[in-house]
Ligand binder design. Structure first.
Ligand code: ADP
Length: 476
């Protein structure tokens, strides 16, 4: 029997994307289809989502969904089977899904995502299972639990526990929950309302996106105040590593590249490197080209990368940075590009096509994250022969095999891992990468091994399907 699952999420590729969450949500339906799971995606009706909606049909009308009028519209969008929460008062605006054009979070985000949760619980009640992603969707699990009229099981996936979705207690009366919900085992969180916490408390299972991060969030250092809850629910917490969409991320057919290639035609990467040099205003050269494709934030350790640009250039490396984020980090990279014209290039902004070109043309991708639930850019790098130089944390530790002597000798190595996210730690890792780059045979081995590794959704799709089935059969 086909399992009907509702995935509730605030972004999904190719409709709207600010990060890895969108890639995962966009890939899950196809990842689960082979296991007899039909996954429908409930997503807010932001302008690009409404525009992409085809074969649409209104399936429900809310006169008053947490104070606004809304419709649920079923259809296809960007190749995904969707139900769109069409609520113009909440979602028809410029800017991004979470923040206005000024970069500030929308002040009514609590209502925007509580409404998503409320609608998610309503729709999920008629399916076999609810799968909610991150704080923006987590309230769906809480509403399901407090509705009490349905036994639909729920899974909440943590893509990043650092975003708790915490709001003042004053919003509670507007959420439409029973009074008893405002309690420590309900939605109350440090005196306010915590959306992620509410979902984690209510869910029948909690997943996060790599086994190492699943362990790390039991600890205060990574748990961001939710480690106690995670530890108390230990037997319900699972780490399932993200896969990648191997159709979207395929160097042999990627239309964003100047030249396509596979592990037998790696020389063709040079053409992509040239195109990347041009795009980033770098001079043509043979020196290794490092890149970063990232939110420019402390979490991603981008301040540390900015701090070692001088060392990197002094060792003969070059750097291309694509990203947006914290003003200080943006400014540090922009200043570095001015200091080192031709050797350091920076694009402040979000550009999907350029992100592919960098993976296909740069020699290495630098990912010095302080914590990393899974990380996707290292997986894209591995598949594209763009060697990751990354911090040994979370999903980075789970997916990259460090090029130590033993791993090099056995041919298992795929990248460079380092422990201390400091300028010294990163500089040492960059030195190791530079050393290997100079030994062509070794570099080629690293590239080929990464490109041959299977990061498709096959295994993880199966793990999600197994978890869903255990929950539905009440055998967890
Ligand atoms: P996170 O979701 O924490 O930001 P991930 O590594 O899981 O980190 O996913 C980031 C996703 O966003 C990847 O698909 C990456 O290619 C993409 N990305 C990040 N910054 C940019 C950018 N400036 N332009 C284009 N794509 C970007």
């Amino acid at each position: 029997m086909t399992l009907k699952v509702l995935s509730v999420v605030s972004e999904a590729y190719p409709l709207i994307k600010t990060g890895g969450l969108a890639d995962v949500a966009g890939a899950l339906p196809a990842a689960l289809a082979p296991y007899d799971v039909r996954l429908t995606t409930l997503i807010p009706g932001y302008p690009p989502v409404m525009k992409a909606l085809e074969k649409s049909q209104t399936v429900h009308h809310y006169k008053d969904l947490l104070g606004v009028e809304a419709h649920l519209v079923g259809g296809i969008a960007g190749g995904l089977e969707v139900i769109v929460l069409d609520a113009p008062a909440l979602y028809t605006r410029g800017g991004g899904p979470y923040a206005g054009p000024d970069g500030k979070d929308w002040p009514d985000n609590w209502r925007r995502f509580a409404a998503l949760g409320r609608a998610g619980a309503d729709v999920a009640a008629a399916t076999d299972l609810l799968h909610a992603h991150d704080w923006q969707a987590a309230m769906a699990a809480a509403y399901l639990r407090f509705d009490k009229k349905t036994a639909t099981p729920s899974v909440v996936t943590i893509h990043n526990i650092a975003f708790p979705g915490r709001f003042p207690a004053e919003i509670f009366p507007s959420l439409g929950l029973p009074l008893e919900a405002f309690s420590i085992d309900g939605v109350e969180y440090f005196g306010g309302v915590g959306f992620l916490k509410s979902g984690l408390q209510a869910a029948d299972a909690i997943t996060t996106v790599s086994p190492t991060y699943a362990e790390q969030i039991h600890e205060p250092e990574f748990g961001m105040g939710l480690d106690g809850l995670i530890a108390a629910r230990r037997d319900r917490v699972f780490g399932i590593v993200n896969g990648i969409d191997t159709a979207v991320w395929n160097p042999a057919s990627d239309q964003n590249l100047a030249a396509v290639y596979d592990d037998g035609t790696l020389r063709a990467r040079e053409e992509n490197r040239r195109a990347a040099e041009v795009a980033f205003g770098l001079s043509e050269g043979e020196e290794p080209l490092f890149c970063a494709v990232s939110r420019l934030t402390q979490q991603k350790g981008m301040d540390v990368l900015a701090a070692v640009v001088d060392e990197l250039v002094a060792m003969g490396g070059r750097l291309a940075v694509l990203g947006t984020g914290e003003a200080e980090i943006e400014a540090a990279f922009t200043a570095a590009a001015v200091r080192y014209p031709g050797a350091v290039g920076v694009r402040i902004g979000y550009d999907e096509a350029l992100s592919h070109l960098l993976q296909g043309g740069a020699d290495a991708i630098v990912i010095p994250s302080r914590f990393e639930p899974c990380g996707l850019t290292q997986l894209y790098g591995l598949r594209y022969g763009c060697i990751p130089v990354a911090a040994r944390t979370g999903g980075l530790a789970d997916t990259i095999v460090d090029a130590n002597e033993a791993a090099l000798a056995s041919g298992a190595a795929t990248g460079f891992l380092f422990d201390s996210v400091t300028p010294e730690g990163l500089t040492r890792a960059l030195q190791r990468a530079m050393g290997a780059f100079g030994r062509r045979e070794i570099w080629r081995c690293l590239q080929k091994r990464g490109m041959k590794t299977d990061f498709s959704w096959a295994r993880s799709g199966q793990r999600y399907a197994e978890l869903y089935k255990r929950l539905v059969n009440k055998s967890l």
